[in-house]
Design a protein around this ligand. Structure first.
Ligand SMILES: [Ca+2]
Ligand SMILES: [Ca+2]
Length: 209
């Protein structure tokens, strides 16, 4: 009996290790904005920008955990602007989108971590996002915070557009810096892990005493 329990224990430890390994799989390229693209120092490799004169890489030393480069979204227009990436995705899978932000915002201005779920033709199937506002409890001028959104890809999803986005008012008195963008799917082996947990419970009940 002990052997049975020990082998179940070993097996689930192996599954647990497999899950831990997969949990850190960031689908985004250059989420830390450290890699320069072909368009100059303000171009972040792998990222589309709505307007290169408003959205671009920003060099800042001495920010622990942020390397040398961040993404800066400037307050030059009363409009939505973003840096984005489109990555393959699977319907029914839960995705966690997160990004760190700091800046100066006036009332009504917003920073977003944003996901748009798309079908194979590129049509939107729905969007999910989390907001960064000057009225947030954790807001302070130039204080880094993290915003996270968890959502399940709807039926028909084959890709996700991830956006690091702002809606500023164009008065030139605001700005949002973003860094360490992540888009992470739930571990594919989570179902199996749940199964193993159930098997262990059953084995404990069955063989106790
Ligand atoms: Ca960085
Ligand atoms: Ca402003």
């Amino acid at each position: 009996m002990r052997n049975t329990l020990a082998s179940i224990g070993k097996l689930s430890m192996g599954v647990l290790i497999a899950c831990t390994g997969m949990a850190s799989a960031n689908l985004l390229t250059n989420g830390d904005f450290e890699t320069q693209g072909s368009g100059g120092t303000d171009d972040a490799a792998g990222w589309f920008r709505t307007n290169p004169s408003i959205v671009g890489r920003y060099n800042e030393a001495g920010q622990a955990g942020h390397g040398d480069w961040e993404l800066l979204l400037q307050d030059n227009e009363d409009a939505w602007h973003w840096a984005s990436q489109i990555v393959p995705a699977t319907a029914g899978v839960e995705y966690t989108a997160s990004i760190q932000m700091k800046g100066v915002l006036q009332a009504g201005e917003i920073g977003y971590v944003f996901m748009d779920f798309k079908d194979s033709g590129g049509a939107s199937l729905g969007s999910e996002w989390s907001e960064y506002l000057s009225s947030d409890a954790d807001y302070g001028d130039f204080v880094w915070v993290t915003r996270t959104k968890v959502a399940t890809a709807p039926a028909g999803t084959t890709q996700i557009e991830f956006r690091a986005m702002t809606k500023l008012d164009g008065k030139g008195d605001s700005g949002v810096w973003m860094d360490n963008a992540e888009l992470v799917p739930e571990p594919a082996t989570m179902g199996l892990f749940g199964l193993m947990g159930g098997a262990m419970l059953w084995a404990r009940k069955r063989f106790k005493r």
